[in-house]
Design a protein around this ligand. Structure first.
Ligand code: ATR
Length: 278
């Protein structure tokens, strides 16, 4: 056995804190990345009830870093020692780094989304319809603001889209008509397993040449992306944002950038396996 494959007294420990987390793909993905990078590190899932206690545990046990997921991304903020500017503005932390007992909070969701979009399109001055006004939508909206996009937010609960739009200086929409967007982004959970057949948009809203991104990754090809493909749009699936936010997270922890392509391949394999069992 190679030395880096052994768990020993030097092994660094990372994990995801959330509730529920037993369905999380993060342990599989992160452990594969650590192994490929030759790091003596493991990553586990912590199903947390007492958040304050969990953070004390991270400090006292010297756990090196954590991913943060639902429902703790906002609640964790007052319990950390330092928050990076963007995460503070978004009011959501998805990454904690333990620097010698000092816990620092970051957000990598927004850069994951922006990097994914920029693979396919130059975002400057583009008109974008953002579907949703929850935590994920807020992180993406923040990234789009940094890129100088013109964003229109559309959400089931109009008061939430109005609030988010006001906060960022964007417009909210009460109907999808009247905007001719270059890009449409689904940041709602509509279409997620087990509601495969649902789309957040009527197919007629999709036109040839548009870029359509979905943050939902189970299934990989959502109804929205299926419709978009059939209408001649360019599509970006949920793996693109997920793999990039994971890569940025690992870089924050280890100061080494993993291969996004390999993370994407791992995720694809794991999700396909899950899909075949569902
Ligand atoms: P996340 O942190 O993953 O963004 P969230 O904050 O709960 O999760 O936000 C979920 C988003 O999906 C919201 O925009 C929500 O719309 P509401 O603000 O009206 O609740 C949207 N959403 C979830 N289920 C939906 C559905 N069936 N139809 C339309 N929008 C839905």
């Amino acid at each position: 056995m190679e030395e880096h494959e052994m768990i020993n007294a030097q092994t660094k420990l990372y994990g995801v804190i959330g509730n529920p987390v037993r369905h999380s793909l993060s342990p599989i993905i992160h452990n594969r990345v650590f192994k490929r990078m030759g790091l003596n590190a493991v990553y586990v899932a912590f199903e947390v009830n007492d958040l304050r206690g969990a953070l004390k545990g991270i400090r006292d046990l010297g756990i090196d870093g954590a991913s943060v997921t639902i429902p703790f991304k906002t609640r964790v903020i007052p319990l950390l020692d330092q928050i990076e500017d963007v995460a503070r503005e978004i009011q959501a932390v998805n990454t904690i780094k333990n620097e010698g007992g000092k816990l620092i909070g970051y957000n990598t969701d927004w850069c994951g989304a922006i990097e994914a979009l920029e693979e396919g399109i130059n975002l400057e001055n583009k008109r974008i319809i953002l579907l949703g006004a929850g935590g994920a939508a807020k992180a993406i909206a923040f990234g789009l603001k940094n890129k100088g996009c013109q964003v229109f937010i559309y959400n089931r609960s109009l008061n939430k889209s109005k609030d988010l739009a006001r906060e960022l200086g964007f417009n909210s929409l009460s109907s999808l008509n009247g905007v001719d967007p270059h890009v449409i982004i689904n940041a709602t959970s509509v279409g997620m397993h087990p509601h495969h057949g649902e789309s957040p948009l009527p197919r007629e809203a999709l036109r040839r040449g548009m870029v359509v991104m979905d943050i939902v990754y189970q299934p990989l090809k959502t109804k929205l992306l299926q419709d978009a493909e059939e209408q001649g749009c360019r599509t970006i699936n949920g793996l693109e944002m997920l793999s990039r936010q994971a890569a940025v997270q690992i870089e924050i922890w280890t100061k080494k950038k993993p291969e996004v392509r390999e993370i994407k391949e791992d995720l694809w394999q794991v999700i396909k396996e899950k899909e075949s069992h569902d």
